[in-house]
Design a binder for this molecule. Structure first.
Ligand SMILES: [Fe+2]
Length: 345
């Protein structure tokens, strides 16, 4: 990677650092890109302001609420008394809708295809040839009483045995998210101390996880972070903002404490060059069957089905395909990875 050093003087403030070329290093060293990437490199997360214009963010929030009402289970956005389990599709305690093919709903794909969202990832990777995750959506209602407690689940989304920057995660925020509203909470700087943490805490018992690509922090792990000067920060943002974070940055989410519902769509992109042909074929299968891939754009995991389970039984509203099929343009079709699959010789 080549670098140039620049220096900018504004009145008495002198900012110096390097302007790296190519893919971001995510190494914690000072940079002077002059945009969200400086915070991302330093803190391991950043808010990309106005990645989606406010009018379109409002439209997506409206579509999100219409989607929830469209299950015809009794939920109505203007009637708080209808915010009950039985009136809603299956939503887990973390606010995620995992099934119903939601990840391939037209409005979800429209969000993924927003130029300001794709461009943010293209800048980080210095690469326009990207693929996108088929990840889920998140709704956490204000004043909800019938939800199991969302206990803190601080974690990294990356296998500790594979250190270094591997994945940039993201979420598009659709409702105001102030200090008391639900949303992402992060531990700035944790991406840089990650390798040291895992060396020093190698003997700490591991919290069981369904994939080695998830690492949960124990109480001892949390103490280590604190002892090394790291503090937790609630990320505040507005509708249309995109939050990006390095998978090594410790994070989890908080339910709303105020009057505002939380609405978010997870969007994670990576260069197609990081995916194998096998990955792309598996990803194509997920797209064609309208299945999810978690946050990994290279389809590390593919959901087994779109059937939601409610109290051990399949939800009668389960469906294989989205209510509204996605409408892709040339750029969003590329994000499926399908055009990059080589024809067999
Ligand atoms: Fe996560």
């Amino acid at each position: 990677m080549s670098t140039t050093t620049t220096e900018t003087t504004t009145n008495t403030l002198t900012v110096s650092g390097t302007t790296p070329k190519g893919r971001m290093a995510l190494d914690g060293c000072p940079t002077n890109y002059g945009d969200f990437r400086d915070a991302l490199n330093r803190d391991g997360y950043a808010v990309v302001k106005g990645a989606i214009p406010l009018d379109r963010a409002s439209k997506y929030a409206d579509e999100f609420y219409s989607y929830l009402e469209g299950f015809d289970l009794g939920y109505r956005r203007n009637d708080p008394s209808t915010v009950k389990r039985a009136n809603l599709p299956v939503i887990n305690e973390k606010g995620m809708i995992l099934a119903y093919g939601v990840t391939h709903e037209k409005w979800v794909w429209d969000i993924r295809g927003e130029p300001g969202v794709i461009d943010a990832f293209a800048k980080v990777y210095d690469d326009e040839d990207l693929i996108v995750s088929f990840d889920v959506v998140n709704v956490q209602f204000s004043n909800r009483e019938d939800m199991p407690e969302n206990k803190p689940w601080p974690h990294q989304d990356q296998d500790p045995s594979k250190p270094g920057f591997r994945c940039l995660q993201g979420l598009v925020n659709l409702n105001p998210a102030g200090p008391n509203d639900g949303g992402l909470i992060v531990c700035p700087g944790g991406h840089i101390l990650s390798e040291q943490f895992h060396k020093e805490m190698a003997n700490e018992p591991r919290i069981p996880a369904w994939t080695p690509e998830w690492f949960g922090f124990t109480d001892n792990g949390m103490k280590w972070l604190k002892d090394h000067g790291l503090e937790w920060v609630k990320v505040c943002c507005e509708p249309g903002d995109l939050i990006v974070w390095d998978s090594r940055t410790p994070h989890y989410n908080l339910p709303p404490n105020g009057e505002q519902d939380r609405l978010a769509v997870y969007t994670c992109f990576m260069p197609v060059a990081q995916a194998s042909q096998e990955d792309l074929v598996r990803k194509k299968g997920a797209f064609e069957q309208r299945l999810g891939t978690t946050h990994w754009p290279n389809a590390v995991h593919v959901a087994g089905s779109n059937i939601a389970t409610r109290d051990g039984e399949p939800c009668p509203k389960s469906r294989d395909r989205p209510v509204q099929e996605p409408v892709l343009n040339e750029r969003t079709f590329k994000l499926t990875g399908i055009p990059y699959i080589k024809a067999e010789a």
